[in-house]
Design a protein around this ligand. Structure first.
Ligand SMILES: [Zn+2]
Length: 83
């Protein structure tokens, strides 16, 4: 029997309308409720590029100012959903 339990569905998701400045792939927003909430990261949220080959795949702390490597494109979603 596996000891791994499924996380809540909102633990990780695509960030609506946010894309990587380096490659244009969608940004993934992660709620750090496990080991990333302690040192050395010590953060509540993390963001990273979904493109595995991108330099921003490692990502960064998602603070008040958002991500340095992400840009918003509201036209990319026909329903205009916002965070
Ligand atoms: Zn990227």
């Amino acid at each position: 029997m596996s000891e791994v339990k499924a996380k809540p569905h909102n633990t990780a998701r695509l960030a609506p309308n946010l894309y990587c400045k380096a490659c244009g792939w969608p940004i993934i927003h992660v709620c750090c409720n496990d080991e990333m909430s302690v040192e050395p990261w010590g953060t509540d949220y993390w963001g990273y590029c979904s493109n595995k080959g991108c330099k921003n795949h490692e990502g960064e702390d998602w603070g008040q100012c958002g991500l340095d490597f992400a840009f918003r494109d509201d036209m990319a979603r026909p329903d205009g959903e916002r965070r």
